[in-house]
Design a protein around this ligand. Structure first.
Ligand code: IMP
Ligand code: MG
Length: 179
């Protein structure tokens, strides 16, 4: 285990098993369709690459990078698009893949923004759901794990751009971010 980790919350095996279950559900829901699977950079890349390899229908890939600006540590401000999609989503079945839903501001604004482009449907898949922290009325359509309000790293998730490459999800030691 990495020295900055308090403990491992989810092992590689637990993650893979759960990602397969979510993929099975997507395979049933999107059978015969050709969804556009949108990964939100950068946090979702590891989850995204595991998930898409478990999907059996034809899919197209696209990516978006966004950042939320607001007061303090919450993402309550407006959503800035740092990298927009390459594809036109009009008439498409869109699946948004995100690492974690916390306050919900990011995904609520993203969903609204995509709906304005007239897709056929939009569904949200998240790896982690910090449900206790929700500040806006939005729920993911598919969530792999509900977690407590603790800062987690690994499997794509970062603190100051570090730890994304850890193969498991761990709780970051408080002494790393509380000085
Ligand atoms: P929301 O708009 O508050 O839902 O923000 C979600 C974003 O906050 C995620 O995309 C992550 O980038 C970040 N985030 C929230 N909690 C954590 C965490 O525990 N570890 C790493 N990033 C987090
Ligand atoms: Mg993120």
């Amino acid at each position: 285990m990495h020295q900055d980790c308090e403990k491992i919350l989810l092992t590689e095996e637990q993650i893979q098993r759960r990602v397969q279950q979510i993929a099975d559900r997507l395979n049933r829901e999107y059978a015969g369709k050709n969804p556009l699977v949108i990964g939100i950079l950068k946090g979702s890349v590891v989850f995204y690459s595991d998930l898409i390899r478990k999907l059996e229908m034809p899919i197209e890939l696209d990516f978006m990078a966004v950042s939320s600006y607001g007061a303090g540590t919450t993402s309550s401000g407006f959503l800035k698009i740092k990298k927009d999609l390459d594809k036109n989503v009009e008439g498409r079945d869109v699946i948004i893949v995100e690492d974690i839903i916390d306050s919900g501001y990011t995904l609520a604004k993203l969903k609204k923004l995509l709906y304005a482009r007239h897709p056929a449907s939009v569904k949200i898949v998240v790896l982690l759901d910090k449900f206790e922290r929700r500040a806006v009325a939005i729920e993911p359509d598919y969530s792999c794990f509900d977690i407590e309000d603790e800062f987690v790293i690994g499997y794509g998730l970062d603190y100051n751009e570090q730890y994304r490459n850890l193969p498991y999800i761990g709780i970051l030691k408080r002494c790393v971010y509380e000085h």
